[in-house]
Ligand binder design. Structure first.
Ligand code: ADP
Ligand code: MG
Length: 308
């Protein structure tokens, strides 16, 4: 069992509209899998199918190599995009109730909840009503409810929307910790910031089709262009530029720096190594910045979506 979840050619139509067109993804066990794509791509629809809320028109889903069954629901922790908590219920009553629905005894639920409320420093929310909480606060509660029964597969739909940067970081750290503890995590997002730090694997959906999938590092390798961003200090900039242009494929670079340096992007040929470039530069100027330009998840997202 290498894969936690596989979807095979899953399709879903709403009337004449195709929300998913033969989408196949493979989520390796123990990975953090980013289900990426612009708004309306079909991410939530696929997640709802995995959670057996919606039935696919065709295709199949395997959880731990088994076709999806109703008893699998308890193996999945799901944070929906539409966060629903009972507004007039008190936080404590509500989380205890939801934890028991997931099969925990009241005593066990209490113990685990105490741990989480302490960890998130929200002990004093216990007797508040949900409607008294801000969106971010309610989302923290819902995150706890999602992970409390320690399911082996966690699915978070847009988990960072509604959080300020501090709380988004808190959730990021928790997601990394959950992977450490052996869980597999799928999270859907249309925003790429979190992807770099979190994802081992990604799939990119666009207009109901999967257009890219794989290990993030492998994809980055495919998209990299052997270009180095350099910052150089010299007392004769015009001369230096000329020397470099004569030997390399160079263009102006744009990045922020505290120095008044000459900023260039230098694209190397197959036969040239970064050491060759560095040696050349150090013999002609003071090198204060040297950085391989690796495409970000955002670059890849934009480029791939445009090409489709
Ligand atoms: P994402 O989560 O990637 O933003 P969704 O899966 O929510 O995208 O939606 C994909 C498309 O399917 C959207 O155009 C949406 O309007 C449509 N859609 C989703 N659910 C329904 C539904 N129950 N009935 C009709 N259209 C739907
Ligand atoms: Mg969505």
């Amino acid at each position: 069992m290498k894969n936690a979840l596989v979807t095979n050619s899953v399709s879903k139509n709403f009337g004449n509209f195709t929300a998913l067109n033969k989408v196949s993804i493979t989520v390796p066990k123990g990975s953090i899998f980013g289900l990426l794509g612009p708004n309306g791509a079909g991410k939530t629809t696929l997640i709802r199918i995995i959670n057996q809320i919606t039935m696919p028109d065709s295709g199949s889903v395997l959880l731990d190599d088994e076709p999806l069954q109703s008893y699998h629901i308890k193996d999945i922790g799901y944070l929906p995009e539409e966060r629903g908590l009972y507004k007039t219920m008190k936080v404590g009553e509500q989380v205890l109730y939801l934890a028991q629905l997931k099969g925990l005894s009241k005593a066990e639920a209490k113990k685990r909840l105490e741990h989480w409320f302490e960890k998130f420093e929200i002990g004093d929310w216990w007797n508040k009503k949900i409607q008294e909480l801000s969106k971010g606060m309610a989302q923290k509660i819902q995150f706890i409810v999602t992970v409390l029964h320690q399911p082996k597969l966690l699915i978070f739909d847009e988990p960072f929307s509604g959080f300020d940067p501090i709380n988004a970081n808190l959730i990021k750290d928790e997601i990394l910790q959950l992977r450490e503890e052996g869980a597999t995590i799928i999270f859907a997002t249309h925003r790429m910031e979190s992807v770099e730090e979190l994802c081992d694997d990604i799939a990119l959906l666009h207009e109901s089709n999967k257009i890219l999938e794989g290990k993030l590092v492998d994809i980055k390798r495919q998209y990299k262009t052997n270009t180095f961003e350099v910052g150089l200090v010299t007392d004769n900039e015009a001369q230096l530029k000329q020397t470099i242009m004569a030997k390399f494929d160079a263009s102006p670079a744009v990045y922020r720096s505290l120095n008044n340096d000459l900023k260039l992007n230098i694209k190397l040929k197959e036969s040239e190594s970064s050491n060759d470039l560095l040696a050349f530069l150090t013999s002609n100027a003071q090198v204060i910045h040297f950085n391989e330009l690796v495409p970000t998840a955002n670059d890849i997202f934009i480029q791939t979506v445009k090409n489709n």
